[in-house]
Design a binder for this molecule. Structure first.
Ligand code: MTE
Ligand code: MO
Length: 428
């Protein structure tokens, strides 16, 4: 047979099919993992695109760190303010699911790794194209998981911004993923159906795909674990990752269970400011002298010019109470905190804007790349969007943004600017 003469000429190394001995490899093992990834990665893609939309990227170029998104921004919509826990949910799912899929992804790649060494490298133009698409698929998957995990674990350590990397990477990856799904899903589902119909465990792999690149080892070693056992191990790994990271989306003792999640800052401690801090005032280079009653002023600019307000003057404006969470792109979130402060729309009115208008928010912050954010007219118009002066019945703590910070329902944490000193309405 052509195959055995080929083996004869290529006796050694991973290029020889004989090199791969695990009896676990086979269309069924791969199919189960593939179908899990099909569902999981689809959810990842949707929650990821949604997260991008939540940043108000159309209020360009202020929030958008992805210049030239072009037609890839076709789907963008105005991020709603209801329900207030929306971003908490979508981003919590994105990050926690992403971590949970790591063992599945690794097992899937392991199950097909012999194919990396298929010879000849390309049997036909179609085969060559398929292999190139696999390069984008595997490369894209590794790139998206790596950038995502580094981002939630270590903050932004990338050359340039995380957003364009992860955003463009997602489109490349998902394009290849779609092509791969169209090619492989029918066989994968057929394999699963057979498994459900109770075809035995081993020995009857009867692959749906071409035997030339059969996933099963031609001369397998004796099994040390059943396929079910191996899948259980992968699933157990996923569950362990969920159990050790999902707690970051909750307050109280549950947060303590998130041992794998860096909490994005120091431990919350106790008292009214005892909820997750992302960047501390010290880290941000906030000088205490700049936040005193005498030194700090809020500059509000709009159609009718500029108003400067001290904190005491802000306190003479109508104060409102809202219960809202903080939900960070890194996947962690807090439960509702009780904020008290002045409505953004009242401040807009002070600057001559009685109809809905967007706002450019700036901070005292001296250090880091983070200084400003833009909020949409819908967000400003929502009566729950505040320039908060208090949290949980006390003055804002320095780390939570004293003297004043923005809080907006359903918005990503990054739009809730701390240490605010300037609001510019209607110029975006
Ligand atoms: N000025 C300024 N505001 C900021 C940030 C910052 O680094 N600087 N971080 C943002 C991010 S990414 C989040 S998640 C929230 C966190 O708010 P908290 O530290 O009060 O929980 O603040 C936002 N506001
Ligand atoms: Mo954040």
């Amino acid at each position: 047979m052509a195959r055995s003469s080929l083996l004869g000429r290529l006796p050694r190394g991973p290029f020889a099919p004989d090199f791969w001995r695990s009896p676990l490899r086979g269309p069924r093992f791969t199919s189960v993992l593939g179908v899990v990834l099909l569902a999981g990665i689809t959810v990842m893609f949707v929650t990821g695109l949604v997260s991008y939309a939540a940043y108000n990227p159309d209020l360009s170029p202020v929030n958008d760190r992805t210049p030239g998104k072009g037609i890839l921004g076709f789907y963008l919509f105005s991020w709603p303010t209801d329900p207030p826990w929306l971003y908490r949910l979508t981003q919590g799912v994105h990050v926690t699911l992403g971590l949970a899929l790591v063992p599945v992804l690794l097992a899937k790649l392991w199950s097909v790794v012999p194919r990396l060494f298929t010879l000849p490298p390309a049997r036909s133009v179609t085969h060559a194209l398929e292999r190139i698409s696999l390069l984008l698929l595997v490369g894209g998957a590794l790139f998206e998981f790596t950038t995502g995990i580094l981002n939630v674990q270590l903050d932004y350590i990338f050359p340039g911004s995380f957003y364009p990397l992860h955003f463009y990477g997602a489109w490349v990856f998902f394009g290849a993923f779609l092509a791969h799904t169209v090619l492989k899903a029918p066989a994968a589902f057929r394999n699963l159906r057979r498994m459900r119909q109770g075809a035995g465990e081993a020995g009857d792999e009867d692959p749906v795909e071409a035997p030339v690149e059969d996933l099963a080892a031609p001369r397998p070693d004796p099994p040390t674990v059943s396929r079910r056992g191996a899948l259980g191990l992968v699933g157990g790994g996923s569950l362990l990752l969920v159990a050790t990271s999902a707690g970051r989306s909750f307050d109280g003792p549950l947060r303590e269970t998130a041992v794998l999640a860096p909490h994005g800052g120091p431990e919350p401690g106790s008292g009214p400011g005892a909820f997750q801090v992302n960047k501390t005032a010290e880290y941000a280079g906030i000088r205490p002298d700049d936040t005193t009653e005498e030194a700090w002023r809020l500059t509000v600019t709009g159609r009718t010019g500029t108003v400067r307000l001290s904190r005491a003057e802000l306190l003479t404006l109508p104060q409102h109470d809202v219960a809202l969470p903080i939900a960070c792109v890194e996947g962690w979130s807090t439960s509702d905190q009780d904020w008290r402060g002045v409505r953004l729309r009242d401040l807009a009115a002070l600057a001559g804007h009685d109809d809905p208008v967007d706002v450019f928010v700036e901070s005292l912050q001296l250090r880091g790349t983070w200084r400003h954010a833009a909020l949409s007219a819908d967000q400003v118009a929502d009566g729950r969007s505040l320039l908060a002066l208090f949290v949980n019945g006390a003055e804002l703590t320095p780390d939570h943004g004293h003297p004043a910070r923005v809080i907006v329902p359903a918005a990503p944490g990054v739009l809730n600017t701390k240490w605010v000193d300037r609001l510019t309405f209607g110029e975006l």
